[in-house]
Design a protein around this ligand. Sequence first.
Ligand SMILES: Nc1nc2c(c(=O)[nH]1)N[C@@H](CN(C=O)c1ccc(C(=O)N[C@@H](CCC(=O)O)C(=O)O)cc1)CN2
Ligand SMILES: [Mg+2]
Length: 285
Amino acid sequence: MTAQTMLGKPLAAAVKEDLRARVAALAERGSVPALGTVVVGDDPGSLAYVRGKHRDCAEVGLASVQVRLPADVDPAELRERLLQLNEDPACTGYIVQLPLPAHLDESAVLELVHPDKDADGLHPTNLGRLVLGTAAPLPCTPAAVLELLRASDVELDGAEVCVIGRGTTVGRPMGLLLTRRSENATVTLCHTGTRDLAAHTRRADVVVAAAGVAGLVDADMVAEGSVLVGVGITRTEDGLVGDFHPSVLEKAALVAPVPGGVGPMTRAMLLRNVVELAERHPVAG
Ligand SMILES: Nc1nc2c(c(=O)[nH]1)N[C@@H](CN(C=O)c1ccc(C(=O)N[C@@H](CCC(=O)O)C(=O)O)cc1)CN2
Ligand SMILES: [Mg+2]
């Protein structure tokens, strides 16, 4: 079997087209939504991702504003800037680009973002809403994985899904999304302490790999005809490498590649969150 691929770009383009119309409708009602980005330090990868977010905003007609702070910023100064964004009526929602420098407590920083302005869906209140199944902005990467699976008509009802990675931005919320009644999957959440990873991945209809370990899952570890979604990404001398070894392509039915699969959709999901926040809490621009 040679796997088909689930590509993120065409799907992201369709999402953006829908969002452009919704942003135009908001503008007609006098509301101009804007995304804020907060970058601490000058990590080239983070700066590139944030540049992409501002470009994406412009593409769909959203305004955007960037806050940049030095890598050694005083936590009190960062707090002050986030509280200003919480109060700023021109900012619909914002994100704090991760990872943060080591002297900052990531969870404490994310908790400073007002839940109504949480464009990344990572505030504890919004993660709690995800647990309860009430309306909330969804974390962008798990939402992107779900949209890719839906677009390819992957049957999730009753499916065995193995998620590799227990982080707050991907693995844990991924498990919560997939086990909602509307998705109805059975999820096994694996991590670095999992004793026999292959036993879990081999049993799965769908594997979502967010470990960030290049080539971690090879053909021998997956079922014939399975659906594989790559999230983890490693930069090597040979370029970007995902968590799935290329050998899986001979065994799987459907693969979301790295790069080119989940990444572009993650960006589109951030835009969708901003537009939904604006529709829920309109402000005059
Ligand atoms: N506050 C946040 N920080 C981070 C998030 C996030 O969702 N919110 N996710 C990642 C970085 N990220 C967005 O911020 C992101 C990563 C990768 C891609 C992407 O399109 N990847 C491409 C490859 C492009 C490349 O790296 O050269 C792909 O997979 O095809 C988009 C967004 C961590 N921080
Ligand atoms: Mg830290």
